[in-house]
Design a protein around this ligand. Structure first.
Ligand code: ZN
Length: 136
């Protein structure tokens, strides 16, 4: 079994932002040479998340609206006394900081409307994305 690891750095420019990283992940899968296996996308961060879903301007606005309404930045959280980003820790915990996607015939197995999206919850920052490909 092969294990291939690649680390990207994505610069975010806003406090809340959705960035489509699908093509970078697909490129890593090609570079790995793996044809049957699995791809892990992992953010080594506590205030960002990864989702696997549609990338269309209105739904992107809806994701961010849902995040703000659900996790309420400045909503009286205890952790805000330290660095004013409790909402980002909460959202990252619930949404998740990674995803697994199967690889078959050298391609990520994704639905038509499944893009790999980095969710910035407390930017702007430099975000690392660890892509690990395991397989044959
Ligand atoms: Zn914090």
């Amino acid at each position: 079994m092969k294990i291939f690891t690649k680390r990207l750095v994505i610069k975010t420019s806003k406090r809340f932002q959705i960035i489509n990283i699908t093509s970078e992940v697909e490129k890593a899968v090609k570079e790995s040479g793996v044809s049957e296996g699995v791809c892990l996308i992992h953010l080594p961060h506590a205030t960002a998340a990864v989702i696997l879903n549609e990338y269309e301007p209105r739904i992107v606005e809806d994701y961010l609206k849902w995040i703000v309404e659900t996790f309420r930045p400045g909503g009286g959280w205890r952790h805000d006394e330290i660095d004013d980003n409790a909402h980002a820790h909460l959202a990252s915990s619930i949404i998740g900081s990674g995803r697994f996607i199967p690889i078959s015939r050298g391609e990520l197995v994704r639905g038509t409307w499944q893009e790999i999206l980095l969710v910035e919850l407390d930017g702007p920052r430099d975000r690392s994305v660890v892509i690990q490909v395991l397989g044959e």
